[in-house]
Design a protein around this ligand. Structure first.
Ligand SMILES: Cc1ncc(C[n+]2csc(CCOP(=O)(O)OP(=O)(O)O)c2C)c(N)n1
Ligand SMILES: [Mg+2]
Length: 374
């Protein structure tokens, strides 16, 4: 099996830790191809969302993950589906990677019944408990205490002689100074929970930059804790994410308590579809990041420069994935809107019974004729 070795010596910074991930790693052609395909699929799916949003086939909130693909891909490589993962509204890629398909994700965004959450959640509310994915959350930071609850569950239900599962709560740099993160971090440290506080630092919150919104010099979120150690990882390098997360998971699963992880990354799109993303940062900065730090180009270059794949072969793969995403989108769009009865499924019934179809007095009926495109 062909493989190559990669230098990781400048991809980690440690805080209050005596050990560190390895300074180099080996990856096989198969592994690199898998990362490439996953990341390129996410990229094309997000670009399709952008196009369809602008064509008004997707409504409401929509937050895209392009630029940040290596984080979800690298974490997923290390996690099992028994490990828990909860994140913010920027959740399409996690939904896809945790047991979903492009068609299901896009169908959800088109409001179709076959969608990931039956066309009822939309961009911010994907959820797949069977694959250890506890959802996107619309309230900034709200996922973090829930993630600590998931870590509590992992410790509570740990079986004798088996490794402890871990729980990861992802949040942005803008969310990082929320009170509920500090509170839940304190509990996680006190109870030595296997909780991973994973800050995806893309340098910007909603219309503002790290320099403006945090008193933490340089926005170094891996140094948030005194009692909790931290690690900063190059979140644009999927191999650094993989090796860094192996280290983090090992630390947390062995009963050492929580860890702060800061993934250094970049968001190509604005915060959401209503934000062009160019009022608080320059177009040059975005272009420079694309050409110097793009996570997908990194893997493509790794394959080509190490003689593991030819440029032509990579182009063929890109072409195939573009076609697959476009086909999935067309099929998703053909789906049916949810039937009226679906509205009442998975809503708690008033008397606590398990009848999922009981209709609730307080649910306002949707006006489909007004909300669906003619
Ligand atoms: C409690 C709360 N406050 C404000 C908002 C509005 N809001 C949504 S996202 C966001 C900024 C978050 O930025 P960051 O955490 O860096 O995440 P990113 O969008 O960059 O992934 C704000 C202020 C909200 N949804 N919830
Ligand atoms: Mg941010």
């Amino acid at each position: 099996m062909s493989s190559a070795t990669f230098d990781l010596s400048s991809t980690f910074s440690m805080h209050n830790l005596d050990t560190a991930p390895p300074t180099s790693t080996t990856a096989t052609t198969e592994e690199l191809l898998e990362y490439f395909e996953t990341m390129y699929t996410i990229r094309r799916m997000e670009i399709e969302c952008d196009t369809q949003y602008k064509s008004r086939n997707i409504r409401g909130f929509c937050h895209l993950y392009d630029g940040q693909e290596a984080i979800a891909t690298g974490i997923n490589d290390v996690f099992t589906k028994e490990d828990s993962w909860i994140t913010s509204y920027r959740c399409h890629a996690i939904a896809l990677i945790r047991g979903g398909s492009v068609r299901q994700v896009l169908a959800e965004l088109y409001g179709k019944h076959e969608g990931y959450t039956k066309g009822k959640g939309g961009s911010m509310h994907f959820y797949n408990k069977e694959h250890g994915f506890f959802g996107g959350q619309g309230i900034v930071g709200a996922q973090v205490p829930v993630g600590v609850g998931l870590a509590f569950e992992a410790k509570y239900n740990k079986k004798e002689g088996e490794p402890m599962n871990v729980a990861l709560a992802a949040y942005g740099d803008g969310a990082a100074n929320q009170g509920q993160i500090w509170e839940s971090a304190n509990m996680a440290a006190l109870w030595k929970l296997p909780a991973i506080f994973c800050c995806e630092n893309n340098n910007y919150g909603m219309g503002t930059s790290v320099e403006r919104h945090t008193s933490n010099p340089g926005g170094e979120y891996y140094k948030m804790g005194n009692a909790i150690p931290g690690i900063k990882i190059d979140g644009m390098n999927v191999l650094a994410v993989r090796e860094g997360m192996k280290f983090v998971k090992d630390y947390c699963a062995n009963g050492n308590g929580p860890m702060y992880v800061e993934m250094q990354t970049y968001r190509y799109h604005g915060h959401s579809m209503s934000d062009p993303g160019t009022t608080y940062r320059s177009r040059d900065e975005i272009a420079e990041t694309r050409s110097a730090r793009d996570p997908i180009e990194f893997v493509k270059k790794a394959l080509i420069e190490n003689g593991l794949k030819e440029e032509g072969e990579m182009k063929e793969i890109e072409k195939r994935i573009r076609k697959e995403v476009s086909k999935a989108s067309k099929e998703a769009m053909k789906g049916e809107i949810p039937p009226m009865e679906e509205l009442y499924n998975y809503v708690y019934s008033e008397d606590g019974s398990k009848d999922k179809t009981e209709q609730q007095k307080f649910i306002r009926m949707p006006q489909y004729d007004k909300s669906i495109k003619a």
